[in-house]
Design a protein around this ligand. Structure first.
Ligand code: 3AM
Length: 181
């Protein structure tokens, strides 16, 4: 079962982020209902392992915290692959990320050791850009450099099943873990 752990965004935040993409001249927008902040991509895992992981995730104790989005960015350098909203690296967020990875390790799930760059992917980009498209993208970023971005309170995180279809992925919530005092 293809799965990942993420922070869901409140509907008004998803809406505001979706609106931001309206002027994006090309690229494949992430469907509004799929906008999320990935804490860990787990890939394909047996259901038994996900059940064990669920138990470990249920044991995580953390308080709700405020999350801020702080700008737009592009992954992929000269071959842009994704447009994202950058998320401020606050201590509670980094701590939750560490706890999630610890839970995965406890069930012998090895996650790649890449640096955590918290973000919300807004659109997939084609990678290879013509000079015209590169210019359009640059203009889009310049025009949105000061766009106000929403913040919100994180009250829980979620284990998702990602179901790949012809039109992209559909995300199904397997379990949600509340943060509480
Ligand atoms: O949060 P973002 O959008 O960056 O790109 C997928 C998405 O990340 C990523 O997992 C998140 C939830 O789908 N993802 C999908 N396949 C992946 C893979 N093979 C992957 N990340 C790493 N390796």
């Amino acid at each position: 079962m293809r799965a990942f752990i993420a922070i869901s965004l409140p509907a008004p935040v998803r809406q505001q982020l979706a609106d931001l993409r309206e002027a994006l001249p090309f690229g494949r927008p992430v469907p509004e209902e799929n906008l999320h902040l990935t804490l860990a991509f787990l890939d394909d895992q047996p259901e038994s392992l996900l059940r064990d992981l669920h138990e470990q995730l249920s044991l995580i104790r953390a308080e709700p915290f405020e999350l801020s989005l702080c700008g737009l960015g592009i992954f992929g350098g000269p071959k842009p692959r994704a447009l994202f909203a950058e998320v401020e690296e606050s201590e509670p967020l980094l701590s939750l990320h560490r706890e999630v990875r610890r839970a995965a390790r406890r069930v012998d799930l090895t996650l790649p050791r890449e640096r955590f760059r918290p973000h919300v992917t807004l659109a997939r980009l084609p990678g290879q850009l013509s000079p015209l498209r590169a210019r359009q993208l640059q203009l889009y970023l310049e025009n949105h450099i000061a766009a106000p971005l929403p913040g919100f309170r994180v009250e829980d995180f979620t284990l998702f099943h990602s179901i790949l279809g012809r039109d992209g992925a559909r995300h199904e919530e397997l379990a949600t873990y509340p943060l509480s005092r």
